[in-house]
Design a protein around this ligand. Structure first.
Ligand SMILES: *[C@@H]1O[C@H](CO)[C@@H](O)[C@H](O)[C@H]1NC(C)=O
Ligand SMILES: *[C@@H]1O[C@H](CO)[C@@H](O)[C@H](O)[C@H]1NC(C)=O
Length: 242
């Protein structure tokens, strides 16, 4: 046992006044700082996938939930599986707002999200079981209503008009200064695809999430070096703007 560890244990045992502070600083098992609430623009997401992999349910008309992700942590408990009973009363809402956009069954999609991200979020009281985690995501989607914010800012889907990154940022100032916009590249155009709102553990906005600006084969951070398109989508989404 290291001297520091011993000193901390002694402080916890013998210093009741200091206990709370020491415990939250040193024994905080939540090893993440920011929580990212990600919403997808389904049409753009689909355009990046091969045809057979994408499927937008008929009821979907706007931004959908992609996930609620503690940043930098994954699969904290691989034996904690989601069950239907866990989210029984939420399934109707989840089908509407957190649909699977691929051939993956929706429940399987939620189960994967729970194992990969939910089990890491579960160290926070507000997400300590599947029901709380999925309810919170549904509540956040109401709170961070991108459809309404865009309409209010005059941002509407279009094949012809493009926007500047600042225009999107200013439409969502209520969601904090570190909102991340992710784009895909389609026929040499930058197309908006996903928006992530970083939250702190206490769910307040503005968590300074700068450590990983994620890129993969499908999407990358939108840049202000080129105009950004916000395409309409149809239920046959692969080519909305021929
Ligand atoms: C992981 O989840 C299982 C099933 O819910 C639980 O019994 C176990 O205590 C959890 N492990 C940890 C380290 O939290
Ligand atoms: C966010 O964090 C980065 C790196 O830690 C720092 O350079 C930057 O100043 C911070 N930004 C704000 C607005 O706090």
């Amino acid at each position: 046992m290291s001297p520091l560890y011993t000193a901390i244990c002694l402080a916890v045992l013998f210093d009741p006044i200091g206990t709370t502070i020491i415990q939250t600083d040193v024994f905080d098992s939540c090893k993440w700082k920011c929580l990212l609430f990600a919403q997808l623009w389904p049409g753009s997401f689909c355009m990046t996938l091969p045809k057979q992999d994408c499927r937008i349910p008929d009821h979907v008309e706007g931004w959908t939930i992609h996930g609620l992700w503690p940043s930098g942590r994954r699969t904290c408990n691989h034996t904690w599986h989601l069950t239907h009973e866990d989210i029984d009363d939420l399934q109707v809402d989840l089908f509407l707002h957190w649909p699977s956009l691929t051939n993956t069954d929706a429940f399987k999609f939620w189960g994967n999200e729970w194992i990969k991200h939910g089990t890491c979020a579960a160290c926070a009281d507000s997400m300590s079981c599947p029901h709380k985690y999925f309810s919170l995501a549904l509540q956040l989607q109401k709170q961070f209503a991108i459809n309404e914010a865009f309409i209010a800012a005059g941002i509407t889907p279009s094949c012809d008009n493009s926007y500047k990154l600042e225009h999107f940022h200013s439409a969502l100032t209520d969601m904090g200064t570190h909102v991340e916009f992710q784009c895909c590249t389609l026929k040499k155009r930058q197309v908006l695809m996903q928006i992530k709102v970083p939250l702190s553990k206490d769910l307040s906005i503005g968590c300074n999430h700068t450590e990983e600006h994620f890129s993969n084969q499908y999407y990358h951070p939108c840049t202000n070096k080129a105009e950004i398109y916000f395409y309409p989508f149809t239920h046959h989404p692969h080519n909305p703007c021929p």
